[in-house]
Design a binder for this molecule. Structure first.
Ligand SMILES: *[C@@H]1O[C@H](CO)[C@@H](O)[C@H](O)[C@H]1NC(C)=O
Length: 395
């Protein structure tokens, strides 16, 4: 064998071993998924490299953005809601009756993402078109430039601006048919904002639905069965989720390390663990094969310096039952192979126990982020259609 063909063989083996990832048996289109996941991992490395070089990540992530372009059915505009940039999708056809509305919050670990990213642009367009709804897709300032509570406050400011009577009237929105929705970190912000509305004397509107799509809902226990089982699964690994969580609060690596060891919560806050106790809150089938151990407490200085992770606006699962009781009809989507699966499952249990109506959709055969891949994967496309149908029937 010549040197050249030897190099070729070695390169192929290296490439194949990088691309290959063991996947569960029930995954459709496994090779396509492995390729996608390999591409994402390359991007994660590139982002880290850019970060070390001090180059803003927007250089790379700009590739995902699409301009606000109206089509045959939907008018798309970028505007500001109380200084917060939002993308608005409105059905073109004039209606004599008022429309329902979705206030949407994108995901991306509080660090990445934009309403202009094509999966979110696609989603906003389809919601507006299929539901004949006004869709507001909000942006918010991101980590690591901005930490909690900036993300929450930006979203909440935009939401409050939208929920005023005159703004709703301007967009022709029926105030009794409004949904707050978000995926991943956006699901976290949606849950937190919906809770906050309950205590806001300035907002008279009652939201009809909150829709939490594979949401992150607690930063206390990073050793849930879903974190154990899916630590190395595609789309979102445990290490990345822990970096997202800790960077939401600080750039201090000490919090990240303590969270990875699951020893970041001080003993003074031990009473909060009842709200995230998977031993009591998870359905039997998700507990199978796992042993619950009481949490190990960390030093109190982390919680003193970065109290955000114990704040209910960052960890909506920490709200007590009296607060949860006031929440509207809640749609929760969870994925089997997702580190965040148990956050959603535990919130569903807690809401049901508090008497809140819950519509829970569990995707057995996909990973975190299923709705964002509707252009490429059959399972994603199927789930997106199901989701739009549910909203069509319930909003
Ligand atoms: C969690 O629930 C289990 C089983 O009910 C119980 O033994 C344990 O003490 C609880 N732990 C905490 C921290 O609430």
């Amino acid at each position: 064998m010549g040197k050249k063909s030897l190099y070729l063989v070695i390169s192929c083996v290296l490439l194949a071993s990088f691309v290959y990832a063991p996947l569960p048996d029930n995954i459709e289109q496994p090779w396509k998924l492995m390729m996608t996941w390999a591409t994402m991992r390359v991007q994660i490395h590139l982002l880290r490299l850019l970060d070390t070089l001090g180059v803003p990540s927007s250089v790379l992530l700009y590739l995902y953005e699409v301009p606000p372009t109206s089509d045959a059915n939907v008018i798309v505009t970028d505007t500001l809601f109380n200084k917060v940039p939002v993308r608005v999708f409105e059905p073109k056809q004039k209606l004599s009756t008022m429309r329902r509305a979705v206030f949407y919050i994108h995901g991306g670990g509080w660090t990445l993402g934009d309403a202009a990213w094509y999966p979110y642009d696609d989603l906003g367009r389809q919601m507006a078109d299929k539901l004949d709804a006004v869709v507001i897709s909000t942006n918010y300032r991101l980590s690591p430039q901005y930490h909690f509570p900036t993300q929450f406050e930006d979203v909440y400011d935009a939401l409050r601006w939208f929920l005023r009577k005159n703004v709703l009237a301007e967009y022709g929105v029926d105030p009794t048919r409004i949904c707050i929705a978000g995926d991943s970190a956006g699901g976290n912000l949606a849950a937190a904002a919906t809770q906050q509305l309950l205590d806001d004397p300035e907002v008279q509107i009652k939201v009809k639905i909150q829709s939490l799509i594979y949401p992150a809902l607690q930063a206390l226990d990073m050793d849930l069965p879903s974190y154990r089982e899916n630590a190395h699964m595609p789309i979102l690994r445990k290490t990345e989720m822990v970096v997202f969580w800790s960077t939401y609060f600080t750039s201090d690596k000490a919090l990240e390390e303590a969270m990875l060891a699951n020893q970041h919560t001080p003993v003074e806050s031990s009473h909060l663990f009842q709200f995230v106790n998977w031993s009591t809150l998870l359905p039997e089938r998700f507990k199978k094969g796992h042993l619950y151990t009481n949490p190990i407490h960390g030093p109190s200085d982390l919680a003193t310096k970065y109290p955000g992770f114990l704040d209910v606006r960052a960890s909506p699962l920490l709200a007590d039952d009296s607060k949860l009781q006031g929440l509207p009809l809640t749609h929760i989507l969870t994925c089997q192979y997702d580190v965040l699966r148990d956050d959603g499952l535990m919130y569903a249990s807690r809401l049901r126990a508090a008497g809140v109506q819950v519509a829970h959709e569990h995707v057995e055969d996909w990973f975190h982020g299923v709705l964002s891949f509707a252009r490429y994967f059959r399972a994603s496309h199927r789930e997106l259609r199901k989701y739009l149908k549910w909203l069509e029937e319930n909003l």
